[in-house]
Design a protein around this ligand. Structure first.
Ligand SMILES: [Zn+2]
Length: 168
């Protein structure tokens, strides 16, 4: 297998893992609470103030503490996505998170989207917060704004999901 193949994001696995967790926990209607899900999986969620150089960080997963640290100064909807994204690293990328080239989630991510693991964590977060079966029920009868309120995600995150799932 070529290095290129290895580095291609596996969106299907990210989506299946998110759905598996929702099924296990019996979550069947929006909004999905990723903090509750993390805690049910034994992963701590800690809201903290980052200082100095770390001010630009949205959050990160600490594998030694088995906890997600979230920037408490960011908007709640962004924090929700950050928790879901970091939970994706915890579920999908445990080995990598323990390695030295693991990177935290920066608020203004210019480079991180190059990394296939970042794309997978974002796909996991979108699938966890806006599951396909729940979206199927509502997407064509509600506006993006209404959907974003129902699913407790930002409008841009919802628009992105609508585009990926339904091409709208
Ligand atoms: Zn990340």
């Amino acid at each position: 297998m070529s290095a290129l193949m290895l580095n291609r994001p596996n969106y299907r696995r990210a989506e299946l893992e998110a759905q598996r967790i929702l099924d296990e926990m019996g979550v069947v209607s929006p909004p999905v609470n990723p903090v509750e899900i993390a805690k049910n999986l034994g992963v701590g969620v800690v809201f903290v103030t980052f200082t100095g150089k770390s001010r630009g960080i949205s959050g990160f997963f600490d594998c030694e503490e088995n906890s997600i640290f979230v920037n408490e100064e960011e908007f709640p909807l962004r924090q929700t996505f950050t928790v879901a994204h970091e939970l994706g690293h915890s579920v999908l990328h445990g080995d990598w998170a323990r390695s030295s080239d693991y990177q935290v989630l920066w608020r203004n991510p210019a480079e991180q989207y190059q990394d296939f693991r970042e794309k997978e964590a974002n796909a996991f977060a979108a699938s966890l917060l806006m599951p396909r079966d729940m979206m199927d029920k509502y997407w064509d009868s509600l506006s993006a704004q209404q959907l974003s309120r129902l699913f407790a995600v930002s409008v841009p995150a919802m628009r992105n999901r609508l585009s990926n799932l339904y091409g709208v």
